[in-house]
Design a protein around this ligand. Structure first.
Ligand SMILES: *Cc1c(COP(=O)(O)O)cnc(C)c1O
Length: 461
């Protein structure tokens, strides 16, 4: 008997659809020119398959939509806030919840509360908004991720891990009193959605706590990280998602969360901490910037959908299918010999623009150029994660020229089918075939902060 393959499929069926349309090639060319070659400046209506981000773009479940009808829109003490507080305590174990409108608001608050001018904040690679809030609060960010993370072609099961020697060296150099906390992210977005191991987090937590340093968890994609711990870390295969997620959180002192990712909602986030005094300060700060401490910028219905999404995010069938879809796309592209970040991460496939367009200098923004070209080719919208995203060094004013120059094809959760993934892979193959004809870009407008969102470019002649 020949062995037959049994495919897995998504653990849901579609109840409501949204039509897609594709512009003509000439219209797409005009659209990207009008957008200054920046996919963030395209109108969504001009996009065919939108892989700009997995942030706030996921499809809610019928249960979450039902929850939207149960919104208690009271200014103070909404019942949905208490549901959210219960869910955060139940699943993550953090004692105090401070709701915010999205993740960066939580980053803003924790940075302002813990950092003093001249401090240092180590982290497992930077994230754009996280680092900026740390810098604006007066800290210098120090990357303490393992070296393997900066090498796109190197296989390593936990490329997000912290290098304990680098962390120790920073403590020795500047003194533990200058390091209020280390930020440890699950998963690491900027190096391709790479996970950390439980063992590494345990060691980080021990070293930090032995030196009076807090561990603040950027848990934007903690469920995706937990799945890879289950699949890759010795001794974890038989443990549930709940147990692994809880272990991660228990090793940390607090978290910032962008619920627009793991939690399957279109808006929302929170800060959560265990320390009572820190929570009081955060509750006092949230009323200045976000709203009362029982809504923090979210409506009651948003908080209800979010509470339900927390439970859905850790269902094994869901997360297995979500990551499986990303790997399906990644393998299809990699099988053609097209250079991508390896191993394939959890929320997207990252094209390695340095090896895709080796004829361009990094200051000609190869990843930006590649994302623009992909849109013109196929109407697929991706985004740059390279020199433009990294910005300029505040001391020298030079482009940071990061080791990784990537184009991120980010997959929204529960939104696109396998056929969409096929079209995306085929579109990437088309531009791979004509890669030598793709030229570089130069700025026509460069904003001061988080320049990748709003910058404009023109082809460099
Ligand atoms: C999206 C994201 C954030 C910021 O959250 P927002 O909800 O976009 O403000 C922080 N860290 C990581 C790793 C993220 O992916």
């Amino acid at each position: 008997m020949p062995t037959r393959r049994r495919s897995w499929a998504e653990p849901w069926k579609i109840k409501m659809v949204e039509p897609l349309k594709m512009l003509t090639a000439d219209e797409r060319k005009a659209a990207i020119e009008g957008a200054g070659c920046n996919t963030f400046l395209l109108r969504s209506e001009d996009v065919y398959i939108d892989l700009l981000t997995d942030s706030g773009t996921s499809a809610m479940s019928d249960r979450q939509w039902a929850g939207m009808m149960l919104g208690d829109e009271a200014y103070a003490g909404s019942r949905n806030y208490y549901h959210l507080e219960d869910a955060v305590r139940d699943v993550y174990g953090y004692k105090h919840l401070i709701p915010t409108h999205q993740g960066r608001a939580a980053e803003h608050m924790i940075s302002r509360l813990l950092i003093e001018e001249g401090d240092f904040v180590p982290g497992n690679m930077y994230f754009t908004t996280t680092r900026l809030h740390q810098e604006m609060a007066g800290a210098t960010f120090v990357d303490v991720i393992i070296d393997e993370a900066h090498q796109p072609d190197l296989m390593h099961p936990f490329k997000g891990n912290v290098d304990l020697d680098k962390f120790q060296a920073l403590i020795d150099e500047v003194g533990a009193e200058k390091i209020p906390y280390i930020s440890d992210a699950t998963t690491v977005n900027m190096c391709g959605g790479q996970p950390i191991s439980l063992e590494n987090l345990r060691q980080v937590s021990e070293l930090a706590h032995a030196n009076g340093i807090l561990v603040i968890h950027d848990m934007t994609r903690v469920a995706e990280n937990a799945l890879l711990i289950k699949e890759r870390e010795p001794g974890q295969a038989d443990r549930s998602m709940e147990e692994i997620v809880r272990d991660i959180c228990d090793l940390t002192d607090g978290c910032t969360m962008s619920s627009k990712k793991d939690h399957l909602v279109n808006i929302g986030g929170f800060l959560a901490v265990n320390d009572d005094a820190l929570a009081d300060k955060a509750r006092n700060m949230v009323v200045i910037y976000e709203g009362l401490h029982t809504y923090g910028g979210m409506s009651g219905r948003d908080m209800e959908a979010l509470s339900i999404g927390i439970y859905e995010s850790i269902q094994y069938d869901h997360i297995h299918a979500r990551v499986g879809q990303v790997h399906y796309l990644g393998n299809k592209i990699a099988d053609e010999g097209i250079p991508i970040m390896k191993p394939i991460g959890t929320h997207g496939v990252f094209l390695d623009a340095k090896r895709f367009l080796p004829h361009l200098d990094q200051d000609e923004f190869p990843a930006q150029a590649l994302a623009a070209e992909l849109y013109v080719e196929s109407g697929v919208r991706a985004m740059e994660r390279g020199n433009v995203s990294a910005g300029r060094n505040p001391d020298t004013g030079e482009n940071r020229r990061p080791a990784l120059e990537l184009v991120r094809l980010t997959i929204p959760r529960r939104v696109y089918t396998q056929a969409h993934m096929d079209v995306v892979a085929e579109s990437v193959m088309e531009i791979w075939d004509k890669r030598e004809s793709i030229g570089g870009l130069e700025f026509t407008y460069e904003p001061e902060y988080l320049r990748f969102f709003q910058a404009r470019f023109r082809p460099k002649c």
